[in-house]
Write a protein that binds this ligand. Structure first.
Ligand code: BES
Ligand code: MN
Ligand code: ZN
Length: 474
């Protein structure tokens, strides 16, 4: 349950938050003094000061080179919410005015920072987290936008945080249906390994055939209403990796932190979450989305290392390692998206540990053949504080995926694992399609608490997709 409301209306509040450098005052003398000390670096923000006029929290956007795309302001939102929670107040008014106020990011920070996954917790003391109202007078549109975007991202986080016994492919598909109802898109769900094979998704069938529940492909189709002038030659498609649990399959993973693989559906979650916003805005171009949902588990029906199958586009695939399952479930969906007329394609996947080795936990990797499109997707991320960095789809490494018995092997060598995974996917995307593969293994999985994120998964990519889709709408 969301316990936070953000309002642009004026009203009494139990706590006042002052954004230093962006608030004119006048404030009580102690507050002016404290603000001056922080500005002079003799004290650090956030600073809680209790006065006769009530409590104040003084915050200041940090000028760190990596806090771009509104991140400094999202962090402020987090600090303000934390202060309110610490004081157990029910309302806080934020004083911020003038040039340079990034109100929407601040609102997003409030809503993102207050998220907790507590569906399975016993009812806790309601006093400790009462309903909280954050007031940001005068910023109605920033409040509306910020709440909508952060609420969407919190949906992606909730799905990633949900345990894999509860969130499996059928329940994910049902949730998708519920979240997208009434948004003007058609939804089709293909479930079961046999049905998926028949429909031309053998990779998803291979990976999901030993799951404790049926693998599913969720297909979302949107065509713009007639009065929205359709943009010619643009059809955006989004594909998300939705492994609701990745044990590795018969190529079983070590037990340490295996639980984190409940969030191996973070790509699909970000796609679904972004769709809830994108569709609400009724973009002027056709949009398709594909959620590839399966559990990667070992049992007697499981695919074996050594299996060879023929993918939708005719390529035969040798499965050397069943833990390299993400590329198998995505490949046919990418082909299908292109068959459906996609001109621009983005896939999101927690695809490789190697990408975390390459770029660390906070930066996603981007791979594509069309430099302009790759750059545009990275820029969309930068604009909303999601760091995405290009990795080269270096063709010389394609030889690492060669296999004597099949057209392609599902793993490359020891090195460059994020890139060989990208090259594998590239095999299933015609060259004329503007496609970018985002390996979000690091930032989606950073679950130890980060910036304004409490412990749990982040929903990374949601904001980038929303921003990108809006940019394309012009
Ligand atoms: N879901 C994992 C990748 C992953 C690992 C995401 C750690 C987040 C954190 C993926 O399915 C996987 O297992 N990849 C293998 C590929 C390897 C077998 C070529 C990996 O990265 O080890
Ligand atoms: Mn795996
Ligand atoms: Zn995986």
């Amino acid at each position: 349950m969301q316990r936070i409301t953000v309002s642009a209306a004026r009203g009494a509040a139990e706590l006042t938050a002052i954004v230093i450098g962006h608030a004119a005052g006048p404030f009580p003398p102690v507050i002016e003094e404290a603000a001056a000390r922080i500005a002079a670096k003799q004290a650090t923000a956030p600073l809680l000061v209790v006065t006769e006029q009530g409590p104040f929290v003084l915050v200041k956007p940090e000028a760190k080179p990596w806090l771009t795309g509104g991140e400094a302001w999202r962090l402020l939102g987090g600090q303000i919410v934390d202060a309110a929670r610490q004081l157990r107040v029910g309302s806080v008014t934020v004083v911020a005015e003038g040039e340079g106020v990034e109100a929407q990011a601040l609102v997003e920070g409030c809503v993102l920072a207050d998220y907790r996954y507590e569906a399975w917790k016993k009812k806790e003391d309601p006093e400790s987290r009462p309903r909280l109202t954050v007031r940001l007078p005068g910023y109605a549109s920033a409040v509306r936008e910020g709440v909508a975007i952060a609420t969407a991202q919190n949906l992606a986080r909730e799905l990633a945080d949900s345990p894999p016994n509860e969130l499996h492919p059928p329940s994910f598909a049902a949730r998708a249906r519920r979240e997208l109802a009434g948004l003007g898109a058609r939804l089709r769900v293909i479930s079961g390994a046999a049905q998926l094979r028949r429909a031309g998704f053998p990779g998803l069938a291979q990976v999901g055939q030993a799951g404790s529940s049926e693998p599913c492909l969720v297909e979302v189709r949107y065509t713009p209403p007639r009065d929205r002038q359709a943009q010619r030659d643009l059809h955006l498609a989004l594909v998300g990796k939705g492994i609701t649990f990745d044990s590795g399959g018969l190529s079983l993973k070590p037990g340490d932190k295996m639980w984190e693989m409940k969030a191996d559906m973070s790509g699909a979650a970000a796609v679904l979450a972004a769709l809830t916003r994108i569709l609400a805005e009724r973009p002027p171009y056709p949009l398709s989305a594909f959620l590839c949902l399966a559990e990667n588990l070992p049992d007697s029906r499981a695919q074996r290392p050594g299996d060879i199958y023929r993918a939708r586009n005719g390529t035969s695939v040798h499965v050397e390692n069943t833990d390299a399952e993400g590329r198998l479930i995505m490949a046919d969906a990418l082909t299908y998206a292109c068959e459906s007329g996609a001109t621009h394609l983005v896939d999101l996947a927690t695809l490789t540990g190697a990408c975390i080795v390459a770029l660390g936990e906070y930066v996603a990797g981007a791979m594509g053949r069309h430099e302009d499109w790759t750059r545009q997707v990275c820029a969309a991320g930068a604009a909303v504080g999601e760091q995405i960095w290009p990795l080269p789809l270096h063709g010389e490494y394609r030889k690492l995926l060669e296999h004597p018995h099949a057209d392609i092997n599902n793993v490359g060598g020891k090195w460059g694992g994020a890139i060989t995974a990208g090259l594998f996917l590239a095999e299933f995307v015609p060259e004329n399609v503007h496609w970018v593969h985002l390996d979000i293994a690091g930032p989606a999985m950073a679950n130890d608490g980060w910036r304004y994120y409490s412990k749990g998964f982040t929903g990374f990519g949601t904001r980038t997709l929303i921003h990108l889709a809006r940019e394309l709408a012009g």
